[in-house]
Design a protein around this ligand. Sequence first.
Ligand SMILES: Cc1cc2nc3c(=O)[nH]c(=O)nc-3n(C[C@H](O)[C@H](O)[C@H](O)COP(=O)(O)OP(=O)(O)OC[C@H]3O[C@@H](n4cnc5c(N)ncnc54)[C@H](O)[C@@H]3O)c2cc1C
Length: 367
Amino acid sequence: MARWGDALSEGHVEAEEGGEFSREKWELVRRSGVLGLPFPERWGGAGQPLTTTLHVLETLGETCRDSGLSFCVTTSMASTGVPLAAFGTEDQRERYLTRVISGEAVGAHAITEPGGGSDAMAMTTRAVRDGDDFVLTGGKAFVSNGPIADLFVVYARTRPEGGPLGTTAFLVPRETPGLAVGRPARKMGLRTAPLAELHLDEVRVPAGQVVGRVGGGLMVLDHVMKREILFGFTVALGEMRHRLGRSVEYARTRRSFGRPIGAYQAVSHRVAEMKIRTETTALWLYSTAARLTAGEDVTADLAITKVLASEAALTTSLAAVQLFGGHGYMTEYGLEKDLRAAVAGTIYSGTNDIQYNRIASTLGLGG
Ligand SMILES: Cc1cc2nc3c(=O)[nH]c(=O)nc-3n(C[C@H](O)[C@H](O)[C@H](O)COP(=O)(O)OP(=O)(O)OC[C@H]3O[C@@H](n4cnc5c(N)ncnc54)[C@H](O)[C@@H]3O)c2cc1C
C-alpha cells in the first residue's frame, strides 16, 4: 500500500503547480481496484462493506500526497458508481456501472448552477419529456472531474413548479449531442482535480437513462451526498494522519535554543491539538458509517461529521505550516498546498453553513 501511495505521490508538488490531471496515475488507481471496493462483485466490484472501503480510502489519504488525484477517485465513485449501484436498472449497471468500477469511465455529477448551489432544489436546468426522451437545457457550475469525465449524472428539474419531487437524475454520456464541457477552471487548490462548467443545449436523453424514478432526484442526491461526505472526508482523515506523523517527526528533530522544538509547550500542544482533531474526526466518520449501514437516521451525525472533518483538515493543515516555520510556507515542502485544498472542504458537499442549518433543524430550530 505504501509503495502504491509512493507511486501516486510521485511529483505531486510539481503536478499541483502544473494543474494537470495524470492519466498515468489514473491507470495505477484503476489497477488497484479501489474504485470498485464498495460495489457488487457482479458488476466487477469488490463487494466490500462501507467501513472496509473507508479504511482503504483512509490509507489512500495517508499515503497519496496528490490530494487532487484522491479527490478525482472519490468523486468518480460517489457521483456515478453510488447512484448506479443503488438505483440503476440492470441495463444501466451493465453498460455504465461496470465501466465506472473498472475506471475505464471517469464519473462526475452536476448539481450546482451558476445561480447557486446551496439551494440545490431551486435549480433551473429543465428536463422536458418528449416522446421516449427527455430534453435537457441549462447550465451547471463547478463540476468536479468535468474536463476528464466520460459519464455525468445531471440533476434537472422535471416539474416546472419544483418541490421535493420536482427533480430527476439523468445519466448523460459525454459524447451526447448538445452537451458541452467548459474549460478547466483555475482554482485555489486541488489543482490536479480538474473542474468545469457544463452547458446543456437541448440534450436529448432517453427515458431509459433516468437514474431512479422521474421526480426522485432528491432521493438519489441524498443517498449520494451521504457517501460523498464519508468517502471524501475519510481521505481527508488519512491526510491528517500523514500531517500528524510529519509534525511529530519535525517537532522531535528540529532544534531551537538548543532543544528540539517539541520540548516547548507551544509546539507540543499544537501537535496534541492535531492529534485530538484527527482522532475525533476518525470516531465521527466511522461511527456515522456504522449507523448509516445499520439503517439509522444519520442526518445530524453526517452534518456534524462534515463540519468536524473539514474544520479539522483546515486547522491541522494551518498548524502544520506554522509548525514547520518558513519551510512550511515553501511550496516544495508540500504542506501549503494541503492548506489550500482544505479550504475547499468547508465549501463542497454542502457548505458548513448549510450543515449547521441541518443540525439546527434536527433540533427544531432555524427557518
Ligand atoms: C472544489 C469544489 C468542488 C465542487 N464539486 C462539485 C461537483 O462535483 N458538482 C457540483 O454540482 N457542485 C460542486 N461544487 C459546488 C459546491 O457544491 C457549491 O459551491 C456549494 O454547494 C455552495 O454553492 P455556491 O457556491 O453556489 O454558494 P451559495 O449557495 O451561493 O452560498 C454562498 C454563501 O452563502 C452561504 N449560504 C447560502 N445559503 C445559506 C443559508 N440558507 N444559511 C446560511 N448560509 C447560507 C453559503 O454557506 C456560502 O458561504 C464544488 C465546489 C468546490 C469548491
